[in-house]
Design a protein around this ligand. Sequence first.
Ligand code: BGC
Length: 928
Amino acid sequence: MNITRMRVNHLENPLGFRFSTTTFSWVVEAGRGTCATASRLVVTCDGATVADTGWADLDSLATQLDLPLAPRTRYAWTVSVRSDADELTTSPEAWFETGKMDEPWEAQWLSCAGADSPRHPVFSCDVALSAPVAQARLYACGLGLYDASIDGQRVGDEYLAPGTNAYDQWLQVQAYDVTEQLRAARAHATLSFLMGNGWWKGRFGFIPEDRGFYGSDWRLIAELHVSYADGSHEVFATGEGWTLTRSNIVASNIYDGMQVDDLLAPVEPQPAQLLDAAQAQAATAKLGDRLSLPVRAHETFSSTLVPVPSGATVLDLGQEFAGTFRLRVHEPAGTTLRVRLGELIQDGEFYNDNLRSAKQEFVYVSDGEPHLLEPRFTYYGYRYVQIDGLTSFDPSDFEGVALYSSFEEAGALTTGHALVNRLVENTRWGMKSNFVDTPTDCPQRDERMGWTGDAQVFAPTALYLADQLPFYRKFAHDMAAEAAKYDGAAPLVAPAFMLQGPACAVWGDATCFIPWQSYLFSGDASVLAEHYHAMKGWVDYVERTDEGERHLWGGLHQLGDWLALDAPENDRTGATDPDFIAYLYWWRSACEVAAAARVLGFDDDVQAYEAMAGRVADYIRAEYFSPNGRCAVTTQTAYALCLAFGFGDPAFSAFALDRALARNGNKLVTGFVGTNFLPRALCEAGMPSKAYDLLLFEGYPGWLREIKLGATTVWERWNSLDDDGRITGIGMNSMNHYSYGSITEWLFAYAAGLRPSADAPGFRKALVAPLPSWRLGHLSCERTSSAGTWRVAWRCVDETHLRVELTVPFGCEAQVTLPLADEAAYEALGGRELGAGSYAVEYETTAPLRRVPSVDWPIGDLLAAPDTDAVVRAHCKPDWIAPDEAGLTLRELSHKLARGSRPMSAEALDACDWELRALAEQGPDAER
Ligand code: BGC
């Protein structure tokens, strides 16, 4: 038995993060036992015990300790576990280290006016070390962006620090362990900060002119704390004695890229200016230890040359991602290079018109020396590159570098279907590309903003794929900070930039949904405690806006089922009544607040918000449903929402959804809202094969069509490209919008059938209800959580035999529903409720796994699916069949069916049978 994945606040050995709470988690593996009988957590500091829980019943998902923490202090911790098989083990030591917390700053803010010169400043100071260094830490915050270095060597491995957040509300301090760098420096070192514009003072968002929303000057505050071997301590802090010089960077921002001129003459260092006292005081008051995960370089991509008619140097990286690049150059002095980055090739050439005003480029003037160029104060969403101005080039000179927040990946899912596997990977790349410190809509055009609606739709998918609690904790903090300015009204975008002010439904509902989902997937209630105020604030705001009997919430400007295909052209909000969607989401958010109140023990609030949810539900029923439960809104999205949210008569909604799909040739028309619910509603209504029809449809509109057209991420629109691969418009058309990637949630939750249970969240208890498909052939999924690693796999052995495998981690419990299984299959598996262990069962299914239609199918079933319906109608006229005949087979009915006055002939029946059997489901292309 051993203990792994030791985390504090879901972070491995975190340094300098905000520890408003300290929540410990660990995983027990490889023992004989199935659960812990007692655990003991010990926290020490310099060998002295700070906390000792004693042997107790500790929650390995989230044990929260109230610790008296001191600033800039490292704490070590171990956990010991006894199992029900009498095993005892103690973990290795893990640690966490506080940042400056509330400690006053010795440092003063440096400032450099943006208007003086476009050349980006470098602030420096000489560090004279008085003795051998035992330990050194650097604490810093620089605006817009900064790169710290010691003697020209980069400090840490982060990009784009301090990240993007609502700078008018809070500023984040990063902490770095610089012990080794200072030891290497011996007596003297130069500490420097190269500054960039970033989100603070660079052009960003919907501001037409070239200026930042939050600031116009560069600012820096930093303290280098050095502990010497002789026990003494020294602080080198920004203030008097620091110098300012200028770099060769002449332009930088998030959208347009960077410009560097290496022919510029060096600038003599001048004394650095201090920020004026009032501004400095206000800025210092906002400083706090970081919440943002570090943005780091992850995957790298080599390039291949794309032959283009123009003869330009165009490169293909093979994958769309967000990040930067490294380009090796050795060009004659004065040569100007222009690197442009984009998502597409059109008419055989590099193309980037869909980036709107974002230039997404890097312009470089060479000084004649060899260099490895790497833009660091911007990022690009791209797969293709065009480089102009080079005199010599080899593809090995260019390397793509993916940048994203350092979350821990947790979920994997593969099937027997190659295109579906690619879809999962495209979704994962959608997440990586749009998780650059804040969950963005897209990583390339002049937007890249934390649209709350997009984040809301994608959150469960992201939580299946990775442990995103720390990432969402920071985003939720920004949402809450913005909402606080408007008495609880959450923003459309967080940080809000120029889009200050209240959001509409679905977007603002992210305030409740994201903390709740983070809790459901982690079992860590601290995320609810932290954001409970904002969750309540949102639904209270909605209620105030609704004004009781006046019901004004719906009347507000709503974005509805954004980009659905069932609306008239140019109407982006879809055909589903946006008010209906708005009230359903309000109801769901009120339920989430009540549920959070229950978890947190706020009994009065449980009642108050259940009552609010009840009032909203009553209004929804009165306004949108007939007394018998028939929904007045008749779109695919509306029926999917009825089924998913439990409104109306489920049998009627299932029937109506099926009919709404059939009316449209079994093709979806749903947008941001409906697409997420449609496949799951079909499964809940007992029609999983229809959900698979949507998933596996290779035409328009569908997920696999994009892949067949070369997508390596998920498109913003179903019709982003036409069937010839031509872009359909440039107003709002990104190839990397993760919203429709939420189908990956369905693959985990329904195709694999693995769902966290609200009874024991964090996968302590999970529902396992796989829905196999002959067309996928097999599926296997893994989700690593703070509870350990869950595995679910199924395989269609043959047309009537299914194999299901399941691993339940230590201390966990599965509630299993086997598909097409009788009691014997459950007995062979070991039951419906299973504790820790590995299980496998192979059984004969109660119905065939493969769909092979024939004239021996009930006529009702044949007419229910468009493909079989079309075949039957080509041979007879089945419309006059009485309802009580729907269960008879076509063969049984054939003598009654007339073509004109003639009965269906034996030949026609044979031909029909042959054509129906030709529609038999095919297995996946790959592996089978
Ligand atoms: C964004 C969307 C966003 C929408 C809302 C778009 O420009 O890219 O993803 O949710 O605006 O208005």
